[in-house]
Design a protein around this ligand. Structure first.
Ligand code: MG
Ligand code: MG
Length: 253
């Protein structure tokens, strides 16, 4: 069942979203060659806890850290480690969440490490653009398929492919609530969008095939063909006045 949020619930979602967005800024500012993904995870965890919130990922289905940090051909769910050291030319996906007063924020960014290839930059930009194409379709009275279709159309127009196996989701007192929000779809199909919905919209975009594989660690997901992958996610709210991007705390990031 889809849980619509009233204005008091939305206010709590805004706080959780802001803390999540700030944690990603802390993480971004640490990204440079030589830093371990463990150090980044600990820094954003400290920020979340200093705000009086809880890291939403820590212990979620047994996940051992406060962020999923995935490098290059890793799509999502990478486990932070002292042994994973960022190097010049990598692209790193940082996905985190905070729970505050019972409500959850969930957001991800892909960040270049030093100088990266032109193709990597174009992938990162296209993934971000596809999120905003999806947001354009997030309107009261539209259908869920309009969002996914807008995302996938932009991705394909840029020669990349959209991951199908993992999707966005409703979010509120739980990180994952109904409905699923695929990053592909048919315009005019799916449930009708209405005010009070809060969603995590999160395109995952690959340079090569859309297909992915899970690693033996039980978490990390990689592209099947080893090509680069990017991820961009915000928690958003649809209101009668329009869309609020709850986890965006710095325009342009
Ligand atoms: Mg996420
Ligand atoms: Mg999510």
């Amino acid at each position: 069942m889809i849980q619509l949020k009233n204005s008091a619930q939305l206010a709590a979602m805004k706080d959780a979203g802001r803390i999540t967005g700030e944690a990603l800024l802390v993480a971004r500012d640490m990204v440079r060659p030589g830093v371990s993904t463990y150090e980044i995870d600990m820094a954003l965890r400290r920020h979340i806890e200093r705000c009086g919130a809880k890291p939403a990922f820590l212990g979620y289905n047994g996940f051992p850290a406060s962020a999923c940090i995935s490098i290059n051909d890793e799509v999502i769910h990478g486990i932070p480690s002292k042994k994973r050291i960022l190097k010049e030319g990598d692209i790193v996906k940082i996905d985190t969440g905070a729970t505050y007063h019972g409500y959850v924020g969930d957001s991800a960014r892909t960040i270049p490490v030093g100088h990266v290839s032109e193709e990597a930059m174009r992938l990162i930009q296209t993934t971000r653009d596809s999120f905003f194409a999806g947001i354009e379709a997030l309107k009261v009275g539209n259908r869920l398929g309009d969002i996914g279709s807008a995302i996938d159309t932009l991705v394909r127009a840029n020669g990349f492919s959209t991951v199908k196996r993992y999707v966005g989701h409703g979010i509120g007192t739980n990180m994952h609530e109904a409905p699923d929000v695929p990053n592909f779809g048919t315009p005019g199909r799916g449930i009708r969008l209405c005010a009070g919905m809060t969603l995590a919209i999160e395109p995952m975009v690959n340079v090569g095939t859309f297909e992915v594989k899970e690693m033996p660690d039980g978490w990390t997901v990689k592209t099947l063909d080893g090509s680069l992958s990017a991820h961009y996610e915000n928690t958003v709210a649809l209101t009668s006045e329009g869309v609020l991007i709850l986890t965006e705390v710095e325009k342009g990031f």
